[in-house]
Each structure stands twice: as C-alpha cells, then as structure tokens.
Design a protein around this ligand. Sequence first.
Ligand SMILES: [Zn+2]
Length: 81
Amino acid sequence: MYTNTCKHCQKLFKSRRKSYCCKECADIDKMRYEQIKAYLRHFPNSNAYQLADALDIDVYTVLKYVEEGSLVVSKGEFEKL
Ligand SMILES: [Zn+2]
C-alpha cells in the first residue's frame, strides 16, 4: 500500500498503486488536466510557473502532474503534448 497526498486537496490517502489524486478530486483533476493541455497547445514553450500563473493554480499542482507523468518537461519547459 502507498500513502499518497492528493495534489488538489492535499489530503492523505492510501491506495494499491501510487496516486496523486484522491477519489473526491477526480473531476477536478481531469478538468485541470484539460485546461493545462489546452494552454500548452497555445503556448507549448511555457514553464510550470507561467502555466500555474495563467491558469490560476498552484505551481505545486503543476509539478505533481509532471511527477505523475501526465506532463513531460524538458529543459524546464514543457514538451509538446
Ligand atoms: Zn483530493
């Protein structure tokens, strides 16, 4: 079992495999991810800070998406998704 921290509500929860989002935040997680993808389509060379600023979310949350493998970063900037 893993002890995880939800990247949206920062709640601790356990799961069989490593996870970055609790059940309650699944909808938010999807919505944010779509927003991030849409933003990166327009501004593919953004970094995490620009992205977080533009979408009004925490840099921490953006970095968690990177950590879980949803977003790919090279040289500090996002690669085209
Ligand atoms: Zn949560």
